[in-house]
Structure formats: structure tokens, C-alpha cells
Design a protein around this ligand. Structure first.
Ligand SMILES: [Fe+2]
Ligand SMILES: [Mn+2]
Length: 276
């Protein structure tokens, strides 16, 4: 059902790209359009705020890729989790009809133990469609590699993420983009104004592989607090966290791979950085 909707609604005349999923690489057709310029819209921590999803569906029209970096759902919402998943899948399909949609899980998205016995977001892991890709997926679009990392809740899933990155690193292109919910240690993106929440594993993987861009979330207030920010650098890697705020428009970042810029809309403020 999901697949049919995505494929029917999908734009035609797409350029060839390849997608690597679960160790298999298959050709798929995808159009990113214009002069190898790729525009990526990044948001995270939507926490089942439906007006923000409505805004994103419209915003998809203006970009090539949408990256949702975890906490799509909300475990403390009065809406039952199963209902959230049904509603969110409809939004994801709608967005994937307009842009290539990548969705990584956060700690609010977990729906039960996977085959490794640890909590996973099975509804995001099962997304394997032409323009709708979730946890564990990798896709090359116009020479840019995207890797969608799941939230890991134990050592087995953590090791699976390590294996996923190692596999994608083998023939990586220059521009490699990760989606990963928790920000890495040793960056201001971990600071919520009271304490820091460092992900040491991610910091080590970044040091090892040096991807160009890493999209995170999780620490909602980091962009606005003293000692925090929406962007940081670890050696040559740029790391982003758009943050979470109320208001009609979610905080978000628009990445332009041609100009090498990242433009943050922070509700109360906006800022642009050059990352290349
Ligand atoms: Fe969150
Ligand atoms: Mn989170």
C-alpha cells in the first residue's frame, strides 16, 4: 500500500541513482534535477506536532531531499503510539511524493524489540521505497551518499550501526551525509543549557570516517542556549542540530550542496554558514 502510493505519486523523468539497502545495491531512478545542485531540508524532533508536518509537506516542493533526524513520534503524547505511526506514515508518503525523504529514528520512535532483542523503530526500519528511506538505508543521489542511522538502545544495535557505516565507507564519494539522532561528544550541540549529553560513539565514528555532514537532533534547546549552537565542526565534518521550538514553522536547516551553505531558520533568529 505504502509502496504503491509512493510510486504512483512519484515524479517522472528521474535520473539514475543507486541505492544500497541491507547489503544489496540496486538501481533506482531518481531525479534531483538541476545542475547537480542538491537542496536538503533538515528537521528533527517533530514529536508528533502535526502542524509542523503540514508545513513540511508544503516545503518539500522546494527541495530535493528531506532529512528527518529522529523523534518523529512522541511517547508521552495522549495519542496512542500505533495511531501516531499510522498518521505519520501518511505524512511520510505524502512528503516522499514531493522529494526524497530520509527518516532516522530517535528515542521517541521505538516500538518494541527487534531481532537483536533491543528496542527499535520497526516502522522506520521497514521503509524501503524509491523515495522513502528509513533506518539502516543508504542512498546515493547525484554523487552524494546519505546514510540513515537508527537510534541504538543497546550494544547489538550500536554494533550494527558501526557495521552500517563501515560498509558505506568502502567506496564513499567525497560528500557523505549521515542522519543520526543524538549529537556527538565534544560539540556544543550536546548542550541543553544545564548539562551536556555527549554521544561518544558518534564522535569516534566521525573521527574515523570524516563524513562531510552529520545531521542530528535530540537536544532540543541547543541552538538557543548559552554555550550551545545549531552547528559545530569536528575536524572537517560539519554537524547540525536545528532544534525544537513551538510556532507554525519548525526550526529547520536548508543545505545547498552547490553553494556549500547551510541556512538555519531558528524561529526567533536565522543564520547561514558556509561548510565547504
Ligand atoms: Fe526529541
Ligand atoms: Mn530525542
Amino acid at each position: 500500500m505504502l509502496r504503491a502510493v509512493v510510486l504512483q505519486a512519484h515524479r517522472t523523468s528521474r535520473k539514475a541513482a543507486s541505492v544500497a539497502v541491507g547489503g544489496f545495491r540496486k538501481e533506482l531512478v531518481t531525479e534531483l534535477g538541476h545542475d547537480r545542485r542538491v537542496r536538503i531540508l533538515v528537521a528533527s524532533d517533530l514529536h508528533y506536532r502535526l502542524p509542523h508536518y503540514d508545513w513540511l509537506v508544503r516545503a518539500c516542493e522546494d527541495v530535493d531531499v528531506v532529512a528527518l533526524d529522529g523523534d518523529l513520534a512522541d511517547v508521552v503524547s495522549p495519542v496512542p503510539f500505533g495511531v501516531q505511526v499510522v498518521v505519520l506514515e501518511r505524512y511520510l508518503v505524502s512528503m516522499a511524493a514531493r522529494a526524497t525523504l530520509l527518516a532516522a529514528s530517535g528515542n521517541h520512535d521505538l516500538d518494541g524489540p527487534g531481532e537483536l532483542g533491543e528496542q527499535v523503530a520497526s516502522w522506520l526500519r521497514d521503509l524501503r521505497h524509491q523515495t522513502l528511506l528509513g533506518d539502516g538505508a543508504a542512498v546515493d543521489l547525484d554523487g552524494i551518499r546519505f546514510t540513515v542511522c537508527p537510534w541504538w538502545d543497546g550494544p547489538a544495535t550500536r554494533d550494527a550501526v558501526g557495521a552500517q557505516l563501515a560498509a558505506a565507507a568502502v567506496d564513499r564519494p567525497e560528500t557523505w551525509v549521515w542522519l543520526y539522532h543524538a549529537p556527538p561528544a565534544n560539540t556544543v550541540l550536546c548542550n541543553d543549557g544545564r548539562r551536556v549529553f555527549p554521544d561518544h560513539e558518534l564522535a569516534a565514528w566521525i573521527e574515523q570516517y570524516q563524513p562531510e555532514l552529520v545531521m542530528c537532533g535530540h537536544i532540543h534547546q541547543a541552538p538557543w542556549v548559552d554555550g550551545g549552537s545549531w552547528h559545530a565542526q569536528l575536524d572537517r565534518t560539519w554537524v547540525f542540530n536545528a532544534g525544537k521550538q513551538i510556532g507554525p514553522i519548525p526550526p529547520h536547516i536548508t543545505i545547498d550542496t552547490e553553494s556549500g551553505t547551510a541556512e538555519w531558520y531558528g524561529v526567533f533568529a536565522s543564520e547561514t554558514v558556509s561548510w565547504r
